[in-house]
Structure formats: structure tokens, C-alpha cells
Design a protein around this ligand. Structure first.
Ligand code: UDX
Length: 477
């Protein structure tokens, strides 16, 4: 009997969180699960449905379950699409999604052969209660890394923390003895200090996650083994699978599940980007992109622009502009006038969506200035590109710590969403980052090889994925 045969009849419900940085890796995981022969239903909010077209055309057997994005008086109307979600709304949206509990329960009860397993995003911890009620299994998918989750786990499982020394708590995590309280996003620090309803939402979600039957990470053992082992010890079981990096290279056929245009419009085509890069020398271009949600202010954009001008380096800079649902975009910074003329020939400014994986994979990219969202981190690791870290929120601070202090593939340039970097300092880092013999580049190349080895047959992530599928198949019995 082949693995495909044994998977037949195992029905899994995949429930992504509807924000780009969560949806992208969840779809990549879904693609792998469907390739293994599992029967998949994926839950999607109405406006995210078009983002599923690539995976649905590759796997027509995947069923979609469209549940309405819940109304909530704090979420701007029209913000149901992954790329329209406003930044910093995570706990509010997570809270609103709990309203899907009853409709989902009804769906399970009326389905002729309902899923026996839910794989849900880490921000949907309430699915654990649903799974218990239905007497089925819930497995959590974390789009963040294991170190980041170790930090959050340590903080939230120690609530209420009125008289606990924060630094002592963090020092209990292996391999991050020097992580400072300030290295933790204020998004987490604020919510764990307060007794308000959103803090409670966070904690309930998180405790639900930790009670789940298992945890899937978009990570790989060679990069995060100590944190994966730490979590296994904390959870008291071994059902923690690191199956990453979940990237297009995982798709051994065509990579068709991740078309570059998936995330939205762009001022430059994929061909436009590669043609421009083709003219540049190896490792000579600094690539700048802050993920799908970060919004930079005028003062921050002005310093980056000035730093690029002073440095003289080649660069590609992705600048986000507000979507219709985000309104007039008062907080969005604009590129200073005349900048593009002054750097003509050595800089490409892209408004909208960059084909990031393609860009990072080009031989001309020498460094990546990133907000350290976990997907960007993994994409940078796979590309073997040293990273210039500017963490802004959420898990990004511990991701940056991992890159710079543990893995030695990154250089810190700035910290915090409100911090305005200094253009002269930036210019120095840009120049250094494309220099020959950069230690971080050598290390990044080694880590890239480890990442690609992990997802080959017999690699650590391939083995963890097979083990996961084995568990899923057994669950139907
Ligand atoms: C969020 C959080 O910020 C992150 O910390 C968390 O781990 C996952 O969710 P986001 O801020 O969007 O994600 O950053 P990131 O994790 O880097 O994900 C962005 C994804 O969109 C990446 O896969 C990136 O390749 C893609 N992207 C983004 C593009 O392809 N083009 C763009 O222009 C912007």
C-alpha cells in the first residue's frame, strides 16, 4: 500500500488566519498535505477566496468552506481580505473570529463525513475547545518560529505575573541567555501586563494552542532544534513537527501554488525585476521589504532614502501604499520627491507587491533589510542572503535575535515600529552588507544548504512531515 493509498479517506480541516503572513505558509502546508493524498477542506473568508485559486487549480479535490468574516465594531468595513487587514489589529481580529465557533460546529454536525482533524492557525486557539466538543483532534500550525513561541509560551504560561521578574523568566529559555525584556514586542508586553479583555483573549487562545494534540512549525531542526526540544519538554509530548521551510522549492513539480502576483498589484512585473537584477553584479544589491503589513512613516522613509543615496549601493526597495479598505493612508510614508531621479540606474523602487521569493533567489541580491517576519526570515535563509534586521512587532524581535545573536546571519540596524533610523548609520550598514568576505554571508550560505537539505528526502523536515502524515492517517481509525 502506498502512502497515497493509506491517506485516502483521512479528512482534515485546515483553518488559516486571514492575514497574508499566516495564509501564505498555511497554503504551502496545505499543498503538501494534499500532495500526500489527504482529503482537505480549507476554511476561507469570502474575500480571501481568490487567493486560493492557485492551490485549487493544482489540487481540484480540495474543498472550500466559506464562512463569513465576523462583524466587529472595531474592524474597519471592507477589511476582510488578507492584504486589507490593518496592521496592529491582530488581537481584535482574533477575538472577532471566535464568532465562527457556532457556524463551524453546525457545519461539522451536518457533514456526512466530517474531518477528524483540524489544523488551525496559532491565533485560533479556540478550535481546541471545538475539537474537544466534537471529540476530534486539533493540531496547531505556527507561522512563527519555535524560538518565538518559546518566548511567548514562557510569558503567557506565567500569568498573572504581578511579582515575577521578567528577565528571570526569559533566561529559562535555552540558547537565549542574553535576550532582554526590550527584545520582546510591546504588543506582547502590553497585553500580558493588563487585565483587560484583549489580554484575556490572547491568553485563552494561547492556552488552547498549548492544549492541542500537536504543533506544526514552519521551521527546521538544524535551525531551531534547541527551541523545538524545549517546547517538547514544556508540553510533555513529542508531537511537535518542524516541516519547513515551506517554500516554493518544496513543490517538486512546478511551484505553482505560489505565483508572485498572489498578493496584489505591483508597479513592476516579475520579469521587470529579474531583468533589472540581471544587469547587476553578484551580491551587489540590497533588497528592502517589510512584509505585508508594516507601515512606515515619512520620517522613516526619508532616512532610508537618504541612507541609500549616501551609500551608493544598488537596491530594490518595496514601498507599500494603502489599499482602498485602509482608507486615505494618512500614516503611510511617501518616497521623497526627486529621490528616484537622483538614484536612477542603481535603484528600483517597487510600489505594491514584490515577487519576494524570486527576488531573494537572484544571484545579485547581497543583503535583505527586513522586519523579520518569520516568512521573510525563512525566505532569506533559503536564499542564503545575510539579513539586516529591523524588527517592528510581534515575533519579529525574537526572530531578529535568532538571526543576529544565535545564527550569526544578520546585523541589527534598528528596533521598533516607531524608531527612526539614522541615514548615515544605515549607509554604513548598506555598504558593509554588500562587501566581499562578509562573515554573515558565509554563514548564511551554510544555513541555506542546511535548509534545502532538511526538505530533501531523508532530511529532518521531510521526516517530520512523513511522521505528521502518519499520525493524521492513524487518526481516522
Ligand atoms: C506576519 C508577521 O509580521 C510575522 O512576524 C509572522 O511571523 C507572520 O505573519 P508579515 O508581517 O506579512 O507576516 O511578514 P512575513 O512573515 O515576512 O510574511 C510576508 C510574506 O509575504 C512573505 O512570504 C513574503 O515573501 C510575502 N511578500 C510580502 C511578498 O511576496 N511581496 C511583498 O511585497 C511583501
Amino acid at each position: 500500500m502506498t502512502i497515497l493509498d493509506s491517506c485516502m479517506g483521512t479528512h482534515v480541516l485546515v483553518f488559516p488566519y486571514p492575514a497574508q503572513g499566516h495564509l501564505i505558509p498555511t497554503l504551502d502546508l496545505t499543498h503538501q498535505l494534499a500532495t500526500s493524498g489527504l482529503t482537505i477542506t480549507i476554511l476561507v473568508t469570502p474575500k480571501n477566496l481568490p487567493l486560493l485559486n492557485p492551490i485549487l487549480s493544482k489540487h481540484p479535490s480540495i474543498q472550500t468552506l466559506i464562512l463569513p468574516f465576523p462583524s466587529h465594531n472595531l474592524i474597519p468595513p471592507g477589511a476582510e481580505n488578507a492584504k486589507d487587514l490593518p496592521p496592529n489589529y491582530t488581537p481584535i481580529i482574533a477575538q472577532a473570529l471566535c464568532q465562527l465557533y457556532e457556524p463551524l460546529l453546525d457545519w461539522f454536525k451536518s457533514h456526512p463525513s466530517p474531518p477528524r482533524i483540524i489544523i488551525s492557525d496559532i491565533l485560533l486557539g479556540w478550535t481546541q475547545t471545538l475539537a474537544c466538543q466534537l471529540n476530534i483532534r486539533n493540531i496547531v500550525f505556527s507561522p512563527s518560529g519555535a524560538m518565538a513561541l518559546s518566548v511567548i509560551y514562557t510569558l503567557w504560561t506565567n500569568l498573572p505575573k504581578k511579582d515575577i521578574n521578567d528577565q528571570v523568566l526569559l533566561s529559562s529559555i535555552p540558547n537565549c541567555p542574553t535576550i532582554r525584556w526590550e527584545n520582546i514586542s510591546s504588543m506582547y508586553r502590553n497585553y500580558i501586563k493588563k487585565d483587560d479583555s484583549l489580554s484575556k483573549v490572547w491568553m485563552d487562545l494561547f492556552l488552547g494552542d498549548m492544549a492541542s494534540w500537536g504543533l506544526i512549525f514552519n521551521s527546521f531542526s538544524e535551525m531551531e532544534r534547541v527551541y523545538l526540544d524545549h517546547l517538547k519538554r514544556q508540553l510533555g509530548h513529542d508531537r511537535v513537527w518542524a516541516v519547513g521551510p515551506l517554500l516554493p522549492c518544496n513543490d517538486k513539480d512546478t511551484g505553482a501554488c505560489r505565483p508572485a502576483e498572489r498578493g496584489g498589484a505591483s508597479s513592476v512585473s516579475v520579469e521587470g525585476v529579474t531583468t533589472w537584477l540581471d544587469k547587476c553584479k553578484d551580491h551587489s544589491v540590497v533588497y528592502i521589504c517589510f512584509g505585508s503589513q508594516a507601515v512606515l512613516r515619512n520620517s522613516q522613509i526619508a532616512e532610508i532614502a537618504s541612507g541609500l543615496e549616501k551609500s551608493g549601493v544598488h537596491f530594490i526597495w518595496c514601498v507599500k501604499e494603502p489599499t482602498a479598505a485602509q482608507g486615505s493612508g494618512g500614516s503611510y510614508g511617501r518616497i521623497p520627491s526627486g529621490f528616484e531621479n537622483r538614484v536612477a540606474g542603481r535603484g528600483l523602487v517597487i510600489r505594491g507587491w514584490v515577487p519576494q521569493v524570486v527576488t531573494l533567489g537572484h544571484r545579485a541580491i547581497g543583503a535583505f533589510l527586513t522586519h523579520c517576519g518569520w516568512n521573510s526570515v525563512l525566505e532569506g535563509v533559503v536564499a542564503g542572503v545575510p539579513m539586516l534586521a529591523w524588527p517592528m512587532t510581534a515575533d519579529q524581535f525574537s526572530d531578529a535575535f535568532l538571526l543576529v545573536n544565535v545564527l550569526n546571519v544578520g546585523i541589527t540596524v534598528c528596533e521598533g515600529a516607531d524608531t527612526v533610523p539614522n541615514s548615515a548609520e544605515l549607509a554604513k550598514v548598506f555598504v558593509k552588507s554588500v562587501s566581499e568576505n562578509l562573515v554573515e554571508r558565509t554563514r548564511a550560505k551554510q544555513l541555506s544548504k542546511a535548509a534545502l537539505d532538511a526538505i530533501k528526502d531523508e532530511g529532518s523536515s521531510a521526516k517530520d512531515f512523513d511522521c505528521l502524515v502518519h499520525h493524521l492517517v492513524q487518526t481516522k481509525l
